[in-house]
Design a binder for this molecule. Structure first.
Ligand SMILES: [Zn+2]
Ligand SMILES: [Zn+2]
Length: 306
C-alpha cells in the first residue's frame, strides 16, 4: 500500500510581477528556506511561471504550481472581486460583470475553463461580499477562511461577519467549498504586523505522490487542512467519524471544536486528539483546532445525507 503524507504549501503569493516587493526567485527562496513543499505564485492578472535552473541550482522544493490572482475591481474599483486560479494552464483575463454575484460566477467559470481550481480571496477586503453572495454561485472550489494580509479583515468588525462565519454561511446553504489559509504575501523585506509578510497561513495537502497533479487533486477534493500554526498528524473526515490528532508544540494547550450547520458548536474538548461521531442530522461537520497561542487549524467539512 502506498503511504500518503502531508505536503505544506502557500497558494496566494505575490512577486514583482505584480505588487509584491521581491522577484520570483527571491520569493521562491523564502518559501524553500522555510520548509514549504509547494508554492503557487499568484500575481494580479499575470501568470508568473518560475522554472528551476539546471545542475546544482536545480531544486525540487517548493514544487511550483501555476497560478494567478484573477482580479476584477468592479463598481469603479470600489469592490474587489479577486479569485485565485490554482493550477491553471493559461492566463485568465478578469471579467467585470457589473454586479458582485455575476462577476464572481463569470470568473469562477473562466478559471474552471482554464483548468484551474477557483479560490475565493479575502471576501472582507473592503467588505466586498459575503456568504449571501457566495451562496448564489455555482462551481465554487476554495474559500479563504484565513488570509494573512492585514487589510483582509478576517476577524470581521462590528456588524460584519468573520471569514469563518462566511464559510459556515456558504456551507449551511449546502454549497461545498473548502477552506484555505493563505499568506497573500507582498512584503519580503520588512517584517511587521502592518505588512503582508509570508509565513502566516498555509495548507497541508495529503497526497500519495509528490507531484503537481497529486497536490492539485488533493486541493480539489478537499483532502487537506488549513493552518496558521497548528500541525495535524491525522485527519479523518468520514460520515461515521470526524477526528483529528495534533502534533503539539512544547507548552501549548489545544482545544478542538466540532461545528455543524449554521456554525453550531457540536462538541468541544481539550487534548491532543479529538473525535466526533455524527448522528446524521448535523448538515455537515468540520473541526477547528485552536492552540493556547491562538494559532488554528481547520479541517474540511463532511456533508451528511441528513
Ligand atoms: Zn486580492
Ligand atoms: Zn493577493
Amino acid at each position: 500500500m502506498t503511504k500518503s503524507r502531508w505536503y505544506k504549501g502557500n497558494i496566494h503569493t505575490h512577486t514583482t510581477e505584480s505588487d509584491g516587493d521581491a522577484e520570483p526567485e527571491k520569493v521562491v527562496g523564502w518559501y524553500r528556506r522555510h520548509g514549504y513543499d509547494f508554492l503557487v505564485l499568484s500575481d494580479h492578472n499575470h501568470l508568473t511561471l518560475f522554472e528551476y535552473g539546471e545542475g546544482r541550482r536545480r531544486f525540487r522544493r517548493p514544487l511550483m504550481i501555476p497560478g494567478e490572482e484573477v482580479s476584477a475591481n468592479i463598481k469603479n474599483g470600489d469592490v474587489p472581486i479577486h479569485l485565485n486560479g490554482v493550477g491553471i494552464s493559461r492566463v485568465v483575463e478578469p471579467i467585470d460583470a457589473g454586479e458582485v454575484v455575476p462577476t464572481i460566477q463569470a470568473n469562477v467559470n473562466a478559471i474552471r475553463q482554464a483548468g484551474g481550481i477557483p479560490s475565493i480571496n479575502h471576501p472582507n477586503y473592503k467588505w466586498a461580499f459575503d456568504h449571501t453572495h457566495l451562496q448564489q454561485v455555482e462551481g465554487l472550489g476554495l474559500l479563504e477562511v484565513f488570509n494573512g494580509h492585514p487589510a483582509a479583515n478576517v476577524y470581521g468588525a462590528p456588524g460584519k461577519f468573520t471569514t469563518e462565519e462566511i464559510w459556515d454561511g456558504v456551507l449551511s446553504a449546502g454549497r461545498v467549498v473548502f477552506g484555505v489559509a493563505t499568506d497573500d504575501s507582498h512584503n519580503y523585506h520588512d517584517f511587521t504586523p502592518q505588512k503582508s509578510n509570508p509565513g502566516r497561513g498555509w495548507v497541508c495537502v495529503r497526497a500519495e505522490t509528490f507531484t503537481r497533479n497529486a497536490i492539485v487533486n488533493g486541493l480539489a477534493m478537499g483532502d487537506f487542512y488549513a493552518s496558521t500554526g497548528v500541525t495535524l498528524l491525522e485527519v479523518e473526515t468520514a460520515a461515521e467519524r470526524v477526528s483529528v490528532e495534533i502534533d503539539p508544540e512544547p507548552g501549548r494547550i489545544y482545544a478542538t471544536r466540532f461545528t455543524g450547520k449554521g456554525g453550531k458548536l457540536l462538541s468541544e474538548s481539550v487534548g491532543l486528539a479529538a473525535a466526533y461521531e455524527p448522528s446524521g442530522s448535523e448538515g455537515y461537520v468540520r473541526a477547528t483546532v485552536v492552540s493556547s497561542s491562538n494559532t488554528k487549524a481547520w479541517t474540511q467539512p463532511v456533508f451528511l445525507p441528513g
